[in-house]
Design a protein around this ligand. Structure first.
Ligand code: ZN
Length: 157
C-alpha cells in the first residue's frame, strides 16, 4: 500500500471515529468510572465500564468534550478492549503507552492494539500525543483502581 493511501485511510478512520464515535454515552450501571483532563488541549473524558463476574469488560462507554484526536482515540480504545479481560486490557494499555513513547513493538503487540494501532500516526506530533493517550490513561487508572478525577500525569510530556 502506498504512503498516500495509508494517510488517506488514517484520516478516514480518525474522522469516522470522531464524528460517529462508538460506545459514546453514559453507562448508568457501571462498576468503574473516572474523569480525566488534558489541560494542554482542553480535552475532558468520562470513562465508564462494567467488569463482569469473570473480570471481563462487558460494557464500556465514554463521553466528554474533546478534540478530534482524543475522541477518535477513545472510540477506538473502547472497541479494542470491549470483551477483554481486565489483565489483557491493562496489557494493551501498556502497549499503547509504549507506542506513544515510540518504543518498538512486536507484530504480536501490534495485533493486540487492533485498529488502535492507527494512532501511531499521531505520535509524530508531540503536541497531540496527550490527546491520543488520554482515553488509554483513563482505562489504566480505572483498571488499576485509581478512580476519581485527575489531570494527565507527566509521563507523556
Ligand atoms: Zn486534544
Amino acid at each position: 500500500m502506498g504512503l498516500d493511501r495509508l494517510k488517506f485511510l488514517y484520516r478516514e478512520v480518525i474522522l469516522e471515529n470522531a464524528n460517529n464515535p462508538k460506545n459514546y454515552g453514559v453507562l448508568i450501571n457501571h462498576s468503574h468510572q473516572t474523569t480525566v483532563y488534558n489541560p494542554n488541549c482542553g480535552d475532558k473524558l468520562n470513562l465508564f465500564l462494567n467488569l463482569d463476574k469473570d473480570n471481563h469488560i462487558s460494557k464500556i462507554k465514554f463521553n466528554g468534550e474533546g478534540c478530534t484526536i482524543s475522541k477518535a482515540s477513545a472510540s477506538l480504545m473502547t472497541q479494542t478492549v470491549k470483551g477483554k479481560s481486565k489483565d489483557e486490557a491493562i496489557e494493551i494499555a501498556k502497549i499503547f503507552s509504549q507506542m506513544a513513547i515510540k518504543q518498538p513493538l512486536s507484530r504480536k503487540q501490534l495485533e493486540k492494539l487492533g485498529d488502535s494501532q492507527i494512532m501511531t500516526n499521531v505520535m509524530q506530533f508531540p503536541a497531540r500525543i496527550k490527546c491520543a493517550t488520554l482515553a488509554w490513561w483513563a482505562l489504566e487508572r480505572i483498571l488499576l483502581g485509581e478512580d476519581g478525577e485527575k489531570e494527565t500525569d507527566r509521563r507523556y510530556c
